[in-house]
Design a protein around this ligand. Structure first.
Ligand SMILES: [Zn+2]
Length: 378
């Protein structure tokens, strides 16, 4: 990973580069911030820079033997620790990170902004991944190895808040007796869950949300249309992961939007003709969503109602609608007002709880449509 491939975070980059150039690298650091602001890619770029044989103009060369090994995350002095699930039977010693190293390398190389959830999916297990106690012994063993090629050994502990207490205590002991030429980088999106004694022994580096111009560039590279970019960024919290989620969910969101607008239009009119022409097909669409989709759609509809109500109060304060949702709000919002908003929202919430309790979906949805019809006409 080169520094130039890390998105934004220019201040942190500059500080880290300076610390290497001036030979003042703090031996234990904690990179933290919400998921998707680049702690892991920055840690990898930093480690690569530290080990590069021909650093030039504030970045690794990308060509030397060390950089070539870093490009595959296979440098012998780079040690990666991350949460895993034990796949061995209880009679064994239990799994360690090394057992999953090829999988982790692949996951990070294909997406350096890997999220905990992505990683859990890659592991293909329902159990929550953790950093087991025995990993503490592995860390000590690796630190006792002589460094192979570069003057520094680097130990990156990703999702450090997932360390079991006994593992955390082992790491603490190591941090209390600093070893020469070893750089520890702990990474976390939830530092409150890291024991305070560790937190007080590391140099903390806070990663703020990524700056909007960098997010725009990223979205353009992903092929997002210009008129959607602002909307995506406003809902991103400055996180690349949030942006990727939104991109992958935007098809679903458009589907829900179409269903929501159809629902509101159909509910305005109710007679024999509209029932067979509009209500029945909608009912079928709803059933086709399946239980999880139905719950997401009902939550989506509640958000839309709230946003439309707020739009009535002040069109300027509305920031959570996409451009097509906003177009619809322009015409529809006046039908949602202080006389019906609470009841409307309640009806969707009731439908949600009924679906959640496995009430037959057709009845729930039909009931909902009749209530919406009554409330819009009230
Ligand atoms: Zn290099």
């Amino acid at each position: 990973m080169l520094f130039r491939d890390v998105i934004g975070q220019d201040d942190i980059k500059a500080r880290l580069i300076r610390s290497v150039d001036e030979g003042r690298v703090a031996h234990a650091q904690l990179f933290y911030g919400i998921e998707g602001v680049g702690c892991l890619p920055m840690a990898l770029a930093y480690a690569q820079y530290l080990s590069c044989e021909h650093r030039t103009s504030g970045d690794s060369c990308g060509q030397c033997a060390s950089c070539r090994q870093y490009a595959k995350l296979s440098h012998p002095d780079l040690h990666l620790v991350f949460p895993i699930v034990n796949k061995k039977s209880s009679g064994d010693d239990g799994s360690i990170c090394n057992d999953f190293l090829p999988l982790f390398r692949d996951a990070v190389l294909s997406n350096p902004y890997l999220s905990f959830e992505d990683w859990q999916e890659a592991l293909g297990d329902d159990k929550k991944p953790v950093i087991y106690t025995r990993e503490g012994d592995e860390i000590i063993r690796k630190l006792n190895l002589k460094s192979f090629e570069s003057p520094y050994k680097v130990m990156i502990i990703w999702c450090a808040e997932q360390m079991h207490e006994a593992c955390a205590n082992k790491v603490l002991k190591i941090l209390e007796e600093p070893q020469g030429q070893t750089l520890f980088i702990l990474i976390s999106d939830n530092i409150e869950d890291i024991i305070a004694t560790i937190r007080s022994r590391v140099q903390q580096v806070f990663f703020p949300p990524i700056e909007p111009p960098y997010l725009s560039d990223y979205l353009r590279r992903c092929g997002v249309a210009d008129d959607s970019i602002d909307f995506f960024i406003r809902n991103s919290r400055g996180s690349i992961n949030e942006l990727s989620n939104q991109i992958s969910q935007s098809d679903t969101r458009r589907q829900y939007f179409r269903m929501f607008t159809d629902l509101m239009r159909s509910c305005w009119n109710l007679n024999e003709e509209t029932f067979s022409e509009h209500w029945k097909p909608l009912l079928n669409q709803f059933v086709a969503l399946g239980r999880t989709g139905q719950l997401s759609f009902l939550q989506y509809a509640q958000r839309q109602l709230r946003e439309n109500f707020v739009y009535n109060l002040s069109a300027d304060s509305l920031v959570y609608l996409s451009s097509e949702e906003l177009d619809f709000a322009h015409k529809f919002a006046r039908f949602v007002n202080e006389n019906n908003i609470e009841e409307l929202a309640d009806e969707f919430a009731i439908a949600e709880s009924h679906i959640d309790r496995n009430t037959k979906d057709q009845y729930v949805f039909l009931d909902l449509m009749l209530s919406v019809h009554r409330l819009l006409r009230a």
